[in-house]
Design a protein. Sequence first.
Length: 105
Amino acid sequence: NDADPYQLPYEDIYPSSPSIEQMCEAVCTKKIRPATSKRWLTNPILCHAVRLCEELWIDDPACRLGSLNIKKQLKNQMELVENSSSYVNVEPQQQPTPNDGPWTA
C-alpha cells in the first residue's frame, strides 16, 4: 500500500506561500476545493470524512449541515474508527473526562 505523494492543498494552483487575497480568490470566488484521493473513497472510514467535507463546502449556508448534525456525524465516525481499530492502525484515545468541554459526547 503505497501512500499518495504529499501535496499541500492548492499547491498545484499556488506553489509558493499564497497571499490571503490569492486564497480568497481561489476558495471564495472560483470555488476551488482541495482534491481528494480516489483511494480515500474506497476506505470505509475515510469515505465518510470526504463526504462530510464535501457537504460542508456547499455554498448556500441554509443548505449546509448544522453544527449538531456535524457533531453527531463526527461522533459516529469516531465510533466507526474505534470499532474498526483492528482494521486500522489507530492508537486508543484517552477516555474523556467531565472537564473535556462541550465537544465530547
